[in-house]
Structure formats: C-alpha cells, structure tokens
Design a protein around this ligand. Structure first.
Ligand SMILES: [Zn+2]
Length: 507
C-alpha cells in the first residue's frame, strides 16, 4: 500500500517540507531508500524497525520502497525516523490513522521506541502555525513548539504513545500553543553589575553610548585594566528583548542544538553575549561545516559578540565578520544552495595597546620595538577598524579609588537612559528598515543627525584635522546622534560631536 507522510527538514534556518513516501507491497522482502539521504537518514531504517518491534508490530516481510521527496534536497539528521516509522506502519496496514494528511511528523527514535528531541523545531513550528496542520513531536521539543502561538501539536515520549494518540483519533491529544508567556523575562544571574566597577567612568560612559545606539566598540588597555569586566557588564544595560527578537534568536539557538544535548531547551529571553575564544575557527565563528550549524556570530543575533584579545584572532576569520557587520546576516554557500543565517549583533572587542601590553601605562615601561607594535596593530585591518564606531582607551585602575569601598551607578539606572534613547530611535526610524543609529546609511546619517548652528562647520574642521574618510565622518555623526539622543536633544551640538571625536582614540 502506498502512503505519503508529511515531515520537514532543516536547510540552515529554513524549514523545508519533505514527504516520506512509503510503498510496501507483496514480493521478495527488501528495503530500498532513495531521495538523497545522508548517513544518519540511511541508518534510520535500523532504528525504526527495532522501535516498531518494541511496540509489538511487524513491518518486515514486505517489499518496501521509501522515497524522500523533493529528491534533489539533501536530507540530513535523524528527524525523519518518526515519519518513516509511521509510514511503514500505515503502509503495512499495522495501524490506521484518520486524516493522516493533517499530521506532520518530526523526531528521532531510539531502538526501544523512545522519541528523542531534534534541533530546529521552532523553525518548523513557525512555518506550520497558520495552516491548521498538527505537528507530532518528541516531548523534549514540546516547550519549544509551545512558543509559536496557535500551533496545534501532539507530543509523545515514545512511538507507542504516539501511535496510541493517532489511532484513538481523539483530538484531546492535540494541544494548542499559547505562545510566549508574559512572564518569560528573567534577569540573567551571570551578568556583573556596573555598580561594582569602581572608577573607569569614561569607559562606562562609552559603553552606555555604545548600548544606546547599538554601536560596535573596541576597548584598548593594559592587561588587568578591567576591559573584560566592563564588557561583561554590558548585557545589564541593554534593553530587554522584544517577543519578535526572542523568537528570532531562539530559532537560531534551536538549530544549533546538538543531538546529544540533554535537558530542557529554554527560549533565549535575554540578549546573548557570546565570547568565542581567539583560537576560534572560521566555521565556529560564521557557521557552516558538515552539520550546517550556525556560528557564534549568528548565536549572538540581537545580542553582543565579544572578541577578547582581538589581534590574536586569525585575520581571515576577522575579515569574515565584515559581511555580517554590514548586512546583518551571513551566507554560507554549499553545493546544495546558499544558506543565509541572520547575524545582527553588536560587536565588542578588547585588546592590549602593544604586545607587552604597557604602552599606555604611565607606571610601566613598554618594552616593544616599534616594528613589533606596528605588526601587532596591523593584525586588525583598516576596514574592520573602520566599522567600529566607538574606540576607547581603558586607563589602568588607580588603587586609591578603592578606598572606602565606593559603589558606582547601578546597571539598572544606566539601562533606563539607554532605553529612553532607544525609544527615541524607534520613533525616528518608524517606517524605515533601521532599528538603531548604528545601522544608518551615510544618507540617513546626514538626514537624521541634524546639527545645530555652527556645529556642521566644527564637524568638518575636526574631520579635516583628523583626516577622516567620508565613511569615518558619517560614523562620527552617528555616534554624535546617539549622544544627543541620550540627552534627549533633537539636534546634534558641538558637545555631542566633541564626545564622539573622543571615541576615535585608537586609529
Ligand atoms: Zn609594549
């Protein structure tokens, strides 16, 4: 008997509909699987037959042909186990399911018939939310599916439970997802608070401006000056994620999930702060590889990608970040087509001023030769540096500032200013594709960064004196626009520009 079972495969972040066509007929027993399966899919037959045996059914003894359609799409992973098992069962007449065509099956089976969660369920759920289909998934994926409001789904722990639900034809098994709960927001516990960072007011202010306009930033300072600590405080002053952003980001993290990942999958409700090590490879940073998984840059979507020890990164790896910094996405080309990963992040970086680290320290002497210093700085290309709007030097901490255990301004209080500035930007960019000042094109910067009288002349003189490129000039305007937003001012003043000029310290 011929049966067609609906399922989905992942291609990058996209969920692509796949049908599993099963034909079991009388004849010499055998099993043929066609339609570009990868090894995991090819091996699924063994898992599936054993899982079916575990629920007391037999599907061997037929001449079975399975076709995975569309035939030109490479099917990867183990998520097709469940649709294959259901296909074999109905095709062999072992079970009968009413309205089979309304179900979409996704899930991995173990030999004893247990259903194991798979990656990318959120993408699949999002493409099914509106069409009235019922998604049948492992219980381990249920929380993720429930994020998509209106989705109808069935979750089960085992093949037996799943078959029981289908045969009963009882809609009480079917749940309707409520969407993101209103109480989803939780404070992150691993984020240090700025109130515990003593002194360093200029660095805190620079990070406030960066957070307010979503500008990329670079902190340059001696080892131990507190660059990394300050950067780690950053998530505490960023605005909360919107529901849309939570879904976007969770979807990427869901695709990155590894088969062996145990434990419940939680939606990403606070802005990611990713800190890849400087030995990171191209694939781990921008994605791709044999699993076609997203890289750190995509996992940082809607959050921060922080590169500590920037010059230690492989130069070609850093250059690969230019595309996402400009486009907000990364495309990875494969024989089977191009996968586009969203990757809109704020890039943060930290570095020493020279190989020994003490070039800016008044108390210690730098022992680097001038060529060594130049080579060190040259590791970061001009075009990359050009995309970093805010560059600040981090002075060494003076020990006397610790006297009396003083407290700084709290992250919550800084965040309230950041949020106000973001609100102004949201209003300004209504009807455009921009979300923050950092994203403005040169034209937009010219249009939106309206300057008060006399300021433009000041800006041009300063740009001349600092030998800024046209791109550099507009970057300056964007940062000045953010500083004016933090003050709540409609026009950019000389003081805003002067502050913005200070953030071009490292060139
Ligand atoms: Zn040095």
């Amino acid at each position: 008997m011929f049966k067609r079972i609906r399922s989905y495969c992942l291609f990058g972040i996209k969920a692509v509909p796949v049908s599993v066509e099963v034909d079991a007929s009388q004849g010499l027993p055998g099993f043929t699987l066609v339609g570009l399966p990868d090894n995991a899919v090819r091996e699924s037959r063994e898992r599936v037959v054993s899982a079916i045996r575990s629920i007391g059914k037999v599907v061997t003894g037929y001449r079975t042909t399975v076709n995975l359609s569309p035939a030109d799409l490479r099917k990867e992973g183990s998520a097709l186990d469940l649709p294959l098992a259901i296909g074999l069962l109905v095709s062999a007449g072992e079970i009968s399911v009413n309205r089979l065509e309304r179900y979409v099956f996704v899930g991995e089976l173990s030999l004893d018939g247990l259903l194991k969660p798979v990656r990318g369920i959120l993408s699949i759920a999002m493409s099914l939310a509106k069409d009235g289909s019922v998604l049948v998934i492992p219980r381990g994926n249920a929380q993720e599916a429930s994020l998509v409001e209106g989705l109808r789904y069935v979750c089960a722990d085992s093949l037996g439970e799943c078959v029981g639900c289908l045969e009963s034809d009882d809609d009480s098994c079917i749940k309707t997802a409520e969407g993101l709960k209103t109480n989803y927001r939780q404070e992150r516990e691993d984020v240090p608070d700025f109130e515990n960072v003593v002194g360093m007011e200029s660095v805190k202010r620079a990070l406030e401006v960066a957070a307010a306009g979503a500008h990329n930033f670079l902190l340059v300072g001696s080892p131990g000056a507190g660059k990394t600590l300050c950067a780690r405080c950053l998530p505490g002053i960023l605005p909360e994620m919107t529901e849309q952003e939570i879904l976007e980001t969770t979807r990427i993290h869901s695709c990155a999930r590894r088969a062996g990942d145990s434990g419940e999958f939680k939606p990403v409700t606070s802005r990611p702060f990713r800190t890849p090590h400087h030995s990171a490879s191209m694939v781990s940073l921008v994605g791709g590889g044999s699993r076609l998984a997203p890289g750190e840059a995509s996992l940082a979507h809607n959050g921060v990608l922080f590169l500590d020890e920037l010059p230690e990164f492989n130069r070609s790896v850093l250059e690969a970040l230019r595309e996402p910094m400009e486009e907000g996405s990364i495309s990875v080309s494969r024989a089977s087509g191009t996968v586009v990963w969203p990757a809109r992040f704020m890039m943060g970086a930290a570095m020493n001023p020279c190989p020994c680290g003490f070039a800016m320290d008044p108390k210690r002497e730098c022992t680097c030769l001038p060529e060594a210093r130049k080579r060190y700085r040259d590791k970061i290309s001009g075009p990359l540096l050009d995309r970093i709007d805010i560059q600040v030097s981090v002075p060494p901490i003076e020990t006397k500032s610790f006297e009396g255990n003083p407290k700084g301004e709290s992250s919550a209080s800084i965040r309230s200013r950041v949020c106000k500035a973001r609100d102004i930007q949201r209003e300004r960019f209504a009807g455009t594709t921009y979300r923050s000042n950092a994203e403005m094109s040169s034209d937009a910067a010219h249009r939106f960064a309206e300057m008060s009288k006399g300021t433009e002349k000041f800006a041009i003189t300063a740009a001349d004196r600092m030998n800024l490129s046209a791109r550099g000039y507009y970057r300056l305007l964007k940062v000045a626009r953010t500083i004016a937003d933090l003050r709540g001012s409609g026009k950019v003043d000389v003081e805003d520009l002067s502050e913005a000029l200070r953030y071009r310290a490292y060139r």
